[in-house]
Design a protein around this ligand. Structure first.
Ligand SMILES: Cc1cc2nc3c(=O)[nH]c(=O)nc-3n(C[C@H](O)[C@H](O)[C@H](O)COP(=O)(O)O)c2cc1C
Length: 403
């Protein structure tokens, strides 16, 4: 597949394509570490977490990013970091969190804290999931298999991208739970075959990306002439029956009828990824989807799109509790998770930080990222007077003019 975003006339895109998996309905995942915020040490396969020196692991995600930047080919760093246009929306996602402040409660006995949540039949150790991102083998030779090991070890869900560079069966063998991200392809028979494949692999939900009728224009990739994957890397889940690897195509004709089609093709829960407008959230409910992901693709599609945190409250109101609403984009601290949950998200996902961890330390690096977020969220909960996600409500958050 061609990478990056449509640097060629019909090329698929770089960040694009994705993968999904089948699934059972509802398996569970309690991962380790369930009870308690504890963080079990990292350590899966990887090299040391020496982002800032040989003697200590990174203290936060910014330090993990710095370590990744040192290790990655600059074209690949920019592919991961960049967004569309002048990257206003990339910046807006993080800036939106700095405009929210926590109004903590006190004297509430927060000794027993529990970060676990249940989502579409899966019980996970914390309300932080791994967002679908393309091409993990650009970050680490083990690619998505390493990411899946870390997710399984941390007891959370990995959403596998349709643009994964390892086969979904190998990713699933690393442990679950997995959801699969799907770009609905114009060839419906092929799309249905991918659904069957990911179902057979054990994926437990489909995440349909709906914010990409065409590719966003990513100027960093154009500058690097990063238009194709390096030799030997392909989107492994785009192989058709003949073994040929298809390019992931964006479909400008995608509409609600295609969601209704997918609803007939699978019994897996379906989430729509990329819903920002409350009218679309209400439509999604009427089309029988099972969850929404408030996302602007990490600012990689429509530059100038609303920050996800700014979009969240209206989407939550439109859904009215009928579906879980998740959010991604710019989540970098435990306080960000707390704020998103207080404003109505059931959970959040992280994209770039996982790629940074993978680049720095393979599975151990990803696990370190997840553990940092877990510990940070646990601490933020305690300091805000909460013992878990159920204690988080909008009254704990105020909006200020700037961060
Ligand atoms: C390098 C990269 C590749 C991505 N690939 C995909 C993809 O294949 N499918 C998809 O639906 N979203 C993709 N995304 C978007 C993420 O799923 C997610 O929406 C975004 O990264 C969240 O923002 P964050 O990176 O600030 O956490 C990609 C994002 C990045 C950074």
């Amino acid at each position: 597949m061609r990478p990056p975003n449509g640097a060629t006339p019909h090329g698929p895109a770089l960040d694009g394509p994705v993968l999904d998996g089948p699934a059972l309905d509802g398996p569970v995942l309690d991962g380790p570490a369930l009870d308690g915020p504890a963080l079990d040490g990292p350590a899966l396969d990887g090299p040391a977490l020496d982002d800032t020196g040989p003697d200590r692991p990174a203290l936060n995600l910014a330090e993990v990013a710095a370590g990744a930047r040192r290790r990655l080919d600059p074209a690949h760093w920019d592919f991961f970091a960049g967004g569309a246009g002048e990257e206003r929306t990339v910046r807006a996602n993080e800036a939106a969190f700095t405009r929210r402040v926590v109004v903590p409660r006190v004297l509430r006995d927060v000794r027993r804290r529990d970060l676990r949540v249940s989502l579409l039949g899966s019980r996970i150790s914390m309300p932080v999931l791994i967002a679908p991102t393309a091409f993990h083998r650009l970050a680490h030779p083990a690619g998505e298999v390493a990411t899946a090991r870390a997710a399984a070890g941390a007891g959370t869900i990995m959403v596998v991208s349709m643009a994964a560079t390892r086969p979904v069966e190998e990713i699933a063998a690393a442990g679950g739970p997995l959801w699969f991200q799907l770009y609905l392809q114009p060839d419906l028979d092929f799309t249905a075959s991918v659904v069957r494949r990911v179902e057979a692999a054990g994926c437990t939900a489909l995440v349909v990306t709906v914010d990409s009728p065409v590719f966003g224009r990513r100027e960093r990739d154009l500058r690097h002439r990063f238009v194709d994957l390096p030799p030997g890397l392909v989107c492994e889940n785009m192989r058709d029956a003949s073994g040929r690897v298809r390019e992931i195509g964006m479909d400008a004709g995608l509409d609600w009828a295609r969601i209704a089609w997918l609803r007939e093709v699978t019994t897996l829960p379906i989430l729509l990824k990329g819903v920002l407008h409350p009218a679309d959230a209400a439509l999604a409910v009427s089309y029988g989807v099972d969850g929404l992901l408030v996302s602007n693709h990490g600012g990689r599609q429509l530059d100038g799109a609303i920050a996800t945190l700014d979009a969240l409250p209206a989407v939550v109101a439109a859904v009215g509790g009928r579906l879980p609403v998740l959010l991604d984009g710019g989540v970098r601290r435990g306080t960000d998770v707390l704020v998103a949950l207080a404003l109505g998200a059931s959970a959040v996902l992280v994209g770039r930080p996982v790629l940074w961890g993978l680049a720095v330390g393979g599975a151990a690096g990803v696990r370190h990222v997840l553990d940092l977020l877990r510990a940070d969220l646990d601490r933020a909960l305690a300091l805000a007077g909460a013992t878990g996600p159920a204690d988080l409500h909008p009254d704990l958050v105020a909006t200020v003019a700037c961060g």
